[in-house]
Design a protein. Sequence first.
Length: 127
Amino acid sequence: MRYGYSKKIDLPFIEVVAKMKDALASEGFGVLTEIDVKATMKKKLDIEYDNYTILGACNPTFAHQALQMEKEIGLLLPCNVIVYEDSDGIHVSAIVPSVAMSMVENPSLSVLAEEAGERLKRTIDSL
């Protein structure tokens, strides 16, 4: 089962992170968290790691609706988006919310997850 929308981008890493944030905003998502995995690995484990950023994206309207349907859904929020660099280039990926929500036995979440997924896919496609 595919759990992420992905795309390779031919731009510098920092530029892709900035463009991803802008694309998320254009689809109604804010970035609640930003984790610099490279810096964290260096600080916590003294390990050199590739450029890798995790963005915790949240659409407030969707989050509110999901929380109204299922209080425990916060365990699956926010929607993670990653930007990373490897020997092949710069990659962006966003979670497929419907896959994550499929483990929750609440069918009313599926429509909401599909809409969030469509918006996240558009953010990836727009880059």
